[in-house]
Design a protein around this ligand. Structure first.
Ligand SMILES: O=P(O)(O)OC[C@H]1O[C@H](O)[C@H](O)[C@@H](O)[C@@H]1O
Length: 525
């Protein structure tokens, strides 16, 4: 399957370590001054994308050594193993084939499901399929959590300009106040509910589903007309009362956090129309081809992954940020948190031993310019360095001068982070200002600029696949399994035990802190 190679034992890693000692204090300002071709050397132009990665603490030698590392850990073979459906999710004995969902030449069940999604979406959007009382649907609730929520929610929000008349609602958490507030605002006659759960065993989704089912029934609705499910567990979906006709399948070879391309994206297709959903898949497919066939030094996901490894494993920068300059992309950071941190938050290598190097990066972010007015102070002058992906679009959905102002900020930030101001606190020209030390900053703070022509279903598809593949590359290099999530599952189990204790009112065997808290909760509720 995937090779089991400790990356720190490779020749490339040793070379990178030596190279790091030479480069650790290098200033990007000097690298730019020395080489007028730097931006030319360190950028990739592909389809509607430009990745400018020249504002990083790298030289040509760094990129060479990083791609050597990718070669030495057999990244090329790993990519082929994933795309060809080998069981690279070895801890769960599963293939990892979300890429097959965007390649319709491959798989019959995928094409059949796509046709089912298309037909159903058209019938709901046109009003051909109606609720129990004969009224067309106006509102769609997506009930799911984690990968069954974050992806579709983020896409529907990001592509708001492509949305049709249907109102979309996403309910994920088991917060009674949220769901009851939401249901009070909706008309059951015109509400369609999609239960999305790969396992059909996630307590949050099942509890919320029961509440919504009761709401429909108590309002005289026939649930067959209002409830559909997306799940790989057909039996449990039927047992819950979903008409088999209304079940959209998914498969164990699609991980939850990679599932928006499957029927989990049904709410995308309903809210944006099937044609746009298909465009999203096509964009991802094109990124898949780029990832599969392009040499590593020009391969966008690979370059992003290698840079992130350079900072995480050699400079020791623990977190990285993503800052999209488009309000509608505000859920992108939380979506990426699941993709990246659930995948690579692992400390056991593929041989089953603890790793002795850093793995999963911490990803966070917020839209620009809002983030500039919130946490960018620390980016510019804090003691920590946060490598940041700046994501911006050349064209807005509607032409406007306001967009130029937004993008002026976008470019200004990466420039300021790299160049700094007044040459740092010891610069001579600061001598006459007693506050000079506070006002100057050293710069040399790395960023990637991801400049995309326009936010469309297609470019969004490519953009999301780009981060999926970045995550995959990092897992391969770190010699960890990126496609299981046993940590999350353990937390679910403990919550179930405590919920049982609440039912009996008896606190079981816990550490003294947990016991104290549970007893206090039970006493005061
Ligand atoms: O789709 P479901 O089976 O309900 O799972 C929903 C979520 O559950 C857990 O949190 C997993 O760690 C996620 O990867 C998954 O997306």
């Amino acid at each position: 399957m995937l090779e089991k190679l400790n990356p720190t034992g490779t020749l490339a890693w040793q070379n990178l370590r030596d190279h790091f000692f030479d480069l650790q204090f290098v200033k990007m300002q000097d690298l730019f001054a020395e080489d007028s071709e730097r931006a030319q050397k360190f950028h990739v132009q592909w389809n509607d994308f430009i990745l400018d990665f020249s504002k990083n603490r790298i030289t040509t030698e760094t990129l060479k050594l990083l791609t050597d590392l990718a070669d030495e850990v057999s990244l090329k073979e790993a990519i082929e193993a994933m795309f060809s459906g080998k069981e690279i999710n070895e801890t769960e004995n599963r293939a990892v084939l979300h890429t097959a969902l965007r390649n319709q030449n491959l798989n019959n069940e995928v094409s059949e499901t796509l046709i089912k999604i298309e037909t159903f979406s058209n019938q709901i959007i046109s009003g051909e399929l109606v609720g129990t009382t004969g009224k067309p649907f106006t509102d769609i609730i997506n009930l799911g959590i984690g990968g069954s929520d974050l992806g579709p929610k983020m896409v529907v929000e990001a592509l708001v300009d492509y949305k049709n008349h249907l109102n979309s609602h996403f309910i994920s958490n088991i917060d009674n106040d949220t769901i009851s507030r939401k249901l009070k605002s909706l008309n059951p006659e015109t509400t369609l509910v999609i239960l999305v759960s790969k396992s059909f065993g996630t307590i949050e989704t099942l509890k919320n589903a029961e509440i919504v089912r009761d709401w429909l029934v108590s309002n005289g609705m026939n649930t067959e007309n209002h409830l559909v499910a997306v799940s790989s567990n057909i039996e449990k979906s039927i047992a819950f009362g979903i008409n088999p006709e209304n079940i959209f399948p998914m498969w164990d070879w699609v991980g939850g956090r990679f599932s928006l391309w499957s029927a989990v994206g049904l709410s995308i297709s309903l809210n944006l129309g099937f044609t746009n959903f298909k465009q999203l898949l096509d964009g991802a497919y094109e990124m898949d081809q780029h990832f599969k066939t392009t040499s590593f030094d020009k391969n966008i996901p690979v370059v992003l992954a290698l840079l992130s490894i350079w900072y995480n494993n050699f400079f020791g920068f623990e977190t990285e940020a993503v800052v999209p300059y488009a309000d509608c992309m505000k859920s992108v950071p939380s979506y990426l948190q699941q993709v990246i941190m659930e995948s690579n938050g692992k400390n056991i290598n593929r041989e089953g031993f603890p790793v002795n190097y850093e793995t999963g990066t911490i990803i966070w972010g917020e839209v620009g310019t809002n983030s500039q007015h919130a946490f960018f102070q620390l980016f510019h002058q804090g003691t920590k360095i946060i490598p940041t992906d700046f994501v911006g679009f050349i064209e807005p959905f509607e032409k406007s001068e306001l967009h130029d102002l937004l993008m002026a900020n976008f470019f200004a930030q990466t420039e300021a982070l790299m160049n700094g101001k007044d040459g740092g606190i010891f610069a001579e020209n600061n001598a006459n200002d007693q506050n000079a030390a506070f006002k100057s900053f050293r710069g040399n703070r790395p960023s990637n600029t991801i400049l995309i022509q326009k936010l469309t279903p297609k470019t969004l598809g490519s953009f999301l696949a780009m981060y999926e593949h970045k995550t995959f590359v990092q897992g391969v290099i770190w010699n960890i399994y990126s496609f299981d999530q046993f940590g999350v599952e353990y937390g679910k189990k403990l919550a179930e035990n405590i919920a049982d204790e609440f039912k009996t009112g008896k606190v079981g065997n816990h550490d003294s802190s947990t016991r104290f808290l549970l007893e206090t909760f039970l006493r005061n509720k």
